[in-house]
Design a protein around this ligand. Structure first.
Ligand SMILES: Nc1ncnc2c1ncn2[C@@H]1O[C@H](COP(=O)(O)OP(=O)(O)OP(=O)(O)O)[C@@H](O)[C@H]1O
Length: 336
């Protein structure tokens, strides 16, 4: 099973530029979480801080008792092996075939025989749907295929924590839908803890168990998906509605004068009511996600601490799930 990641009071700046401060959250073991946020709010910096590639000035990131901020470098290096990372562009070596790119971590970090490496690499290539393309160079395939190759490479060391930085960037809506399904399928197969950074509202609506949002150097919220999806925080509703009206401007936040002017004017388009769509299920033939039962117990255990709208949404989701579980299967050939 994946490992819990506990973030406590994390604060990061570059020189005088504060990126975010006092970020605390827990990525529950084996669950899928999404971090949303407008461009430039420090989502990638957050991912890099989790694996100890960037050093926040304050706070801790605890994984199996190792603090990825303050522990000795050799402990951080060892713990980093638990991670699989998928960067925005796949971060592939241009002169190597997809096979060699995906095999790279195994050749670098293990003493496995070539035959064993071939078996693992081909298995992962199959999982991400790239069978047949293993001999190609990254420059000979599409952006979506490069992303999937980056994901396959992230998987070869059997990671228990998977971090994906904008798995949808540059992809059309159909390819994005396939990536969403792939992420859920991976979670079903590996039971790894996953954190996905994205601006994509379809991924946000259908993939995660938990969601958070970074804005204005703060973590606005992090918790069960229903909390963010029912939130009436202006920044959250603006982002989820993809609207111009609200605190987010072209370059992150709007100034006070713009906000005041907008507050005085009638909104051009009323905000559409938000509907919580069901989370994706693993593809047929795959095992159910083990995280589902754990998450249900965890969320129902904390439900009284959540805002009323989130409580209602969670109860409705679980009531719908139990109704679905007790429905009789349609008889074969009934056409139902
Ligand atoms: N190594 C670095 N040195 C200095 N500044 C940096 C460094 N890495 C990131 N930054 C700055 O930190 C801020 C946040 O960057 P980051 O890439 O994390 O944003 P993001 O939320 O992932 O954005 P996007 O959604 O556009 O990818 C930016 O202003 C960026 O210029």
């Amino acid at each position: 099973m994946g490992i819990e990641v506990v973030v406590e009071g994390l604060t990061k700046s570059f020189g005088k530029q504060s990126i975010w401060r006092d970020v605390s959250l827990t990525l529950p073991a084996g669950e899928v979480s999404v971090m949303l946020g407008p461009s430039g709010t420090g989502k990638t910096v957050f991912l890099k801080s989790l694996i100890g590639l960037l050093k926040p000035e304050q706070g801790r990131v605890l994984i199996n008792g190792v603090d990825m901020v303050n522990s000795p470098e050799r402990d951080i290096y060892e713990t980093r092996k638990l991670f699989g990372l998928m960067f925005q562009d796949g971060a592939l070596f241009g002169s190597m075939s997809l096979f060699d790119n995906i095999a790279f971590p195994l050749r670098e970090h293990t003493r496995k025989k070539e035959s064993e490496i071939r078996r693992i690499v081909m298995e992962r290539i199959e999982v991400v749907g790239l069978l047949g393309a293993e001999g190609k160079l990254p420059g000979e395939i599409s952006g979506g295929m490069r992303k999937r190759a980056g994901l396959a490479r992230a998987l070869v060391l059997d990671p228990q924590i998977i971090l994906c930085d904008e798995p949808d960037s540059g992809l059309d809506p159909v390819r994005t839908a396939y990536v969403s399904q792939l992420l859920i399928d991976l979670n079903a197969q590996l039971d790894a803890t996953m954190l996905i950074v994205t601006h994509n509202l379809d991924i946000a609506a259908t993939v995660p168990d938990n969601m958070g949002m970074l804005f204005l150097r703060e973590l606005v919220t992090f918790g069960p998906r229903e909390v963010l999806l029912t939130s009436d925080e202006p920044v959250v509703s603006q982002f989820l509605g993809g609207r111009r009206e609200g605190p987010i401007g072209m370059s992150e936040e709007k100034d006070a004068a713009t906000l005041a002017a907008e507050a005085g004017a009638a909104p051009a388009v009323p905000a559409a009511p938000r509907v919580i769509v069901p989370q994706l299920e693993p593809s047929p033939g795959l095992p159910p996600r083990k995280a589902v039962a754990r998450r249900r117990e965890r969320v129902l255990g904390m439900i009284d601490t959540l805002p009323p709208a989130a409580r209602t949404a969670i109860r409705e989701t679980y009531a719908r799930d139990s109704r679905a579980a007790t429905l009789p299967m349609p008889a074969a050939g009934s056409g139902a």
